[in-house]
Write a protein that binds this ligand. Sequence first.
Ligand SMILES: Cc1cc2nc3c(=O)[nH]c(=O)nc-3n(C[C@H](O)[C@H](O)[C@H](O)COP(=O)(O)OP(=O)(O)OC[C@H]3O[C@@H](n4cnc5c(N)ncnc54)[C@H](O)[C@@H]3O)c2cc1C
Length: 431
Amino acid sequence: MPTHHASPLDAELNPPTHLTDILARVRALHRDEVVPREEALKHRLEDERLFLDADGKLHPEIIAARRDIMRAAGKAGIYSAHLPIHLGGGGLGRTDMIYVEEQVYGYGCGLNPALLSWSEGATPRLLYCHDHQREQFTQPLVRGEKTSLHAVTEAGAGSNLFDMKTHARKRGDDWVLNGSKAYITNAFDADVVQVLAMTDPGAGRRSFTYFMFDAREMMGRGYRTGRLYQTMFGDGYTGELFFEDLVLPSSAVIGEVGQGFDIAVMSFNYTRMRRAGMCSGWSKYLIERSLERVQSRQIGDRPLGANQGIQWMIADMYLDWLQTRSLSLEVARTIDNPGPWYALPRPKDEIRRICALKLSNDESFYRVADRALQVHGGFGVMRNNPINKLFQIARNLRIPGGTDEVQRTTIAETLGLRFDTSKSQPVKPIQ
Ligand SMILES: Cc1cc2nc3c(=O)[nH]c(=O)nc-3n(C[C@H](O)[C@H](O)[C@H](O)COP(=O)(O)OP(=O)(O)OC[C@H]3O[C@@H](n4cnc5c(N)ncnc54)[C@H](O)[C@@H]3O)c2cc1C
């Protein structure tokens, strides 16, 4: 991987001194666990055809390297730094996590994101797992030894959870699950499935329940994966799932029966808050690469960056980064203050601020990525370079975790602009 020069943006990160040790551990992990693997897999990371296997799925060597990094980060206390200490996490609040995340993502888009748990790992749903689920699921996920998937979206139900068709019916002590899920991250390699289903249609927010089970144990026994989606950023691990008379014991429930909606909202909040450090780190990376490019690229008798039109693009990228980062830190501060962000239910004001955080991060990162690509000229358009890859990722981020429009709608609704809720949340009978 190329060595980059010290950046004028580094001094602006200004992390609090109590994070000095953990940030040093992140740097050491990156140097010892990430960089050597990125060098060994350079040919795969720099060529999307080799990044995937013959079926278009993530190449097993990339999966193995990511898992090695996750486990190493788990041992070093980084991977689950966002979770409370009683669960085996690092106990960091959201503000502190922004500094950790932006350091991790500031390395770019190689294998570095595997240093931190994301939607395939130790998500806050684990906080609602029961003691009997601890050994098989919770602890291995917290330690980065297993991966999971989070199945909510369906082909006919994305932005509105109440359109969901996947349902679980009680049969004796068991639940029988039927339905399908679409666009699911880590569909093919997950060890653990976490799926949201309707259990009591018509009960409003009490209509849903989360279930968790071992993917390999249930594969072919009522659970199966479907097709792989070819995403625009060629991730090779987004797919379809099917549940066909899948029998699960009552011990498979996460939280309580009927608590699924609230746990889902808490999960979405987490995913949305997670954008802060991710988009800040990646935006900073793109601004730094753009600065290097416009200083080194000669056009005519002077560097590209001597042109005012280019300077203003760089200035606008900086402004987007600074504004959104400041907003994120302010929102995180207000979330950290009243107490744990994962306690249920969440106050409306907080949900609104988290939506504002996601929206601002996704849209400003997209603008930064667009300008970064522009100042890189033809090179930026070519596939298989980090500028182009991050542009594709930036475009994608505006869809999952709630689209830009869902964030705006939620902001407006929590400001009092909610009309005719019976129509906006139709309740469908189980078929
Ligand atoms: C790469 C990727 C990974 C994903 N991973 C997961 C995963 O791991 N687990 C999971 O459960 N899901 C996952 N998703 C699904 C994702 O959460 C949904 O795609 C997203 O919520 C949008 O749902 P939809 O695709 O059905 O779009 P739709 O709901 O059909 O929306 C289409 C468009 O209409 C807009 N829209 C919808 N309602 C309104 C409204 N009321 N007002 C104005 N505009 C509106 C939307 O903003 C969007 O622009 C993933 C998606 C992608 C692309």
